[in-house]
Design a binder for this molecule. Structure first.
Ligand code: ADP
Ligand code: MG
Length: 452
């Protein structure tokens, strides 16, 4: 071993002792000693942003190794451009350069699979997603030290894929060289099978096991797959996790309900942190609509946003779809401002598609509710605020909303020309009462039975 080699291997040893594997791999593994000339060592780093890390964390290890081998207080100089073996040969100390560069095999290129449009900035926070978002942010500030794995689950269209991409995009913004990959579990499986078929498992393994951050979407789709496929995922998971690499998973259900997955896999999912996303409440739906409608060329008055937020209440994807329908219609009709009527017309088809409801006329609901509470339909359509009339009116509005696909303005109209906000209010009120009031729930059930 030359003195340079002794010095460098002693330094690497010290750095390895001092750093976590993940930091070592990221900041040190790709560095090289270019030369030691007099009392100055020149070191190559594969990114100039890494210099600060070396200055603050590795100076002591360098000085110690320098002292041990050269008996002197070495100075250090960092260079960043890549040093290919050939055309720099004459200007640089070449023998060491070429020998050390052949020692580190280049890492395979990564297709990140990320969608740039999904960021933390455009993810609207609400009651239902606040903790999932906080965990995702924490992970993107501190890879593999906070929660590993992070497991996010929730129903369709609630922003799981969005958050997963946001983490990846944020990491790449902070650490441009980080090795990040987003992949739906289904794609992971297909890639695995394809590489297996072509006898290229080594490439597959090298790619996945070289990652700093693996983002796996819709892990539930691993369920029901062959044991060998689950096995490969299991191995990849273990390799990354034991190497302190960050893993984030999403699923449409909690780990406890991933019945068709191997138990040992599920156990591992629960090693880190599990966060749930629940559907957005009314206010959050409005905030999401406002946020998304700002990107459109049309004016959305508040009452239109409120109306839309009342029409789609479990899924952000539907809200977005509604905005798309509206934009299309506004474009065709050359409208600037989106009134409730325009919105109602634009989304009619979508509502019909999504809901296979019985066609129950609102009148029939009014009759049934009226008969049950001893209130006439005329009173229901009026505006007297006597307790039993108010209750009957609100229950009838609630059922009209729940059991028919009429728009809120339409329902309002059928109740003596009331505003759609009155209908929303009635609906939300009865909906929350039903959750706690057993009597009311039974009453509504028996009215429904008569209607079906
Ligand atoms: P999931 O993966 O949970 O099925 P997605 O992440 O694909 O849902 O979300 C569906 C759509 O709704 C995406 O276009 C996404 O940007 C949007 N979305 C979901 N939640 C939010 C939110 N809180 N703020 C902004 N957009 C959201
Ligand atoms: Mg998704």
């Amino acid at each position: 071993m030359t003195k340079e080699e002794q010095f460098w291997s002693r330094f690497l040893e010290l750095a390895q002792l001092q750093l976590k594997d993940s930091a070592y791999d990221f900041f040190v593994a790709d560095s090289k000693l270019v030369k030691v000339d007099g009392d100055t060592a020149t070191i190559y780093l594969d990114g100039n942003y890494k210099e600060l890390f070396w200055e603050t964390n590795l100076k002591n290890a360098l000085i110690t190794a320098g002292f041990e081998i050269y008996n002197t207080d070495l100075k250090f100089h960092f260079v960043f451009e890549d040093l290919p073996n050939s055309h720099h040969k004459d200007s640089r100390n070449s023998s060491l350069n070429s020998s050390s560069s052949s020692a580190t095999e280049p890492l395979p290129k990564i297709e990140t699979g990320l969608k740039a449009k999904y960021t933390f900035d455009n993810f609207v926070q609400g009651d239902g997603n606040i903790w999932a978002k906080a965990a995702a942010l924490a992970v993107s500030e501190n890879l593999a030290t906070t929660y590993n794995p992070l497991f996010i689950y929730g129903g369709p269209g609630l922003g799981k894929t969005h958050l997963l991409n946001a983490i990846g995009n944020q990491i790449l913004e902070n650490i441009p060289n980080a090795r990040v990959k987003y992949v739906p579990a289904e794609t992971f499986i297909n890639e695995f099978l394809e590489h297996l078929r072509l006898g290229e498992m080594k490439t597959f393994k090298n790619t996945y096991r070289s990652l700093d951050l693996l983002l796996i979407d819709d892990i539930q789709s691993l369920g029901g797959k062959k044991v060998t496929t689950q096995e490969e995922f299991f191995n990849t998971f273990n390799a990354l996790h034991s190497d302190n690499k960050q893993i984030v998973l999403t699923s449409d259900r909690s780990p406890d309900h991933l019945d068709s997955l191997e138990e040992r896999l599920v156990t591992r999912f629960k090693w880190g942190l599990t966060q749930n996303i629940t559907p957005p409440d009314f206010e959050t739906r409005i905030a999401i609509l406002r946020n998304k409608s700002e990107d459109l060329d049309y004016i959305f008055p508040n009452d239109t946003l409120e109306y839309l937020a009342g029409q789609f209440d479990s899924n952000v994807r539907d809200l977005e779809g509604a905005l798309n329908d509206i934009s299309l219609m506004a474009k065709v009709k050359k409208l600037k401002e989106i009134t409730i009527d325009v919105a109602a017309e634009a989304i009619r088809a979508r509502k019909n598609d999504n809901t296979q409801m019985l066609v129950i006329p609102i009148e029939k609901i009014q009759d049934a509710v009226g008969a049950f509470y001893g209130v006439s339909v005329k009173e229901m359509k009026g505006s007297r605020r006597v307790q039993n009339i108010v209750l009957a009116r609100q229950v009838a509005m609630y059922l009209s909303r729940e059991m028919t696909d009429n728009s809120l303005p339409r329902i309002g109209k059928e109740f003596g020309g009331k505003d759609h906000t009155t209908v929303i209010h009635a609906y939300e009120k009865i909906k929350s009462m039903v959750e706690t009031d057993d009597n009311l729930r039974l009453e509504i059930q028996s009215i429904k039975k008569k209607l079906n």
